[in-house]
Design a protein around this ligand. Structure first.
Ligand SMILES: CC(C)(COP(=O)(O)OP(=O)(O)OC[C@H]1O[C@@H](n2cnc3c(N)ncnc32)[C@H](O)[C@@H]1OP(=O)(O)O)[C@@H](O)C(=O)NCCC(=O)NCCS
Length: 175
């Protein structure tokens, strides 16, 4: 299992995973974002190019900071994805955080969640991030476990503009 930068190699598996996300009854921002970004796109290489561009600050909505997307793959299978924002703006510091991640529904509960954040922290370090802000919805027990297992120090809770309570953590990375 490893993280890779988005590549057309995993197109079929990625599309199957996107379909799983689409069918989920309750979707979070991160999952919506995957489905929305793929959209109805038949041009997978353009989609992949766009993801690469976002790391250089291209194609992003006003106010967004550059972020790098990585995919977790196991053999030929797309397992999940993550998103590392290169720096915090006020919204990210308050409730968004540096890192978002999601495991495709059919692969949850197998340890991939713990692994994806562990691998994400290595990438965050490479991007020069020392103190990682990370948050999850208060009712997202699995994600809270993943964060705490990976060194997350609970700070407090905060409420989003949409009235969702988020648990806020810091993970201090070794220099
Ligand atoms: C959160 C998420 C990434 C976890 O991925 P996962 O592959 O299921 O996680 P793991 O299998 O590594 O399990 C993580 C922890 O949750 C626990 N867990 C697994 N299934 C669980 C369940 N149904 N109820 C409660 N805890 C559960 C595991 O025991 C593990 O805890 P442990 O390490 O203390 O044993 C995944 O559920 C997901 O993609 N959810 C939707 C998107 C999301 O919430 N992203 C995070 C946004 S902050």
């Amino acid at each position: 299992m490893k993280l890779v930068l988005p590549t057309i190699e995993y197109e079929q598996s990625f599309r199957e995973a996107a379909e799983e996300f689409r069918k989920e009854e309750k979707r979070l921002d991160i999952e919506n974002s995957l489905v929305k970004r793929l959209g109805e796109s038949s041009d997978f290489s353009a989609f992949v190019e766009k993801l690469h561009g976002e790391a250089e600050g291209k194609f992003l909505p006003e106010g967004y900071v550059p972020h790098t997307v990585f995919w977790l793959v196991d053999g030929e299978k797309f397992i999940g994805w993550l998103n590392i924002r290169h720096r915090l703006n006020e919204h990210l510091r308050e409730v968004g955080g540096h890192i978002g991640y999601a495991i495709r529904p059919s692969e949850r509960g197998k340890g991939y969640g713990n692994k994806i954040l562990e691998l994400a922290l290595t990438k965050a370090r490479e991007l020069g991030i020392e103190d990682v802000r990370i948050t999850c919805n208060a009712d997202n027990i699995r994600s809270a476990k993943v964060i705490e297992k990976n060194g997350g120090v609970f700070e407090n809770t905060a409420t989003t503009a949409g009235d969702t309570t988020r648990r806020r953590y810091w993970i201090h990375l070794q220099k």
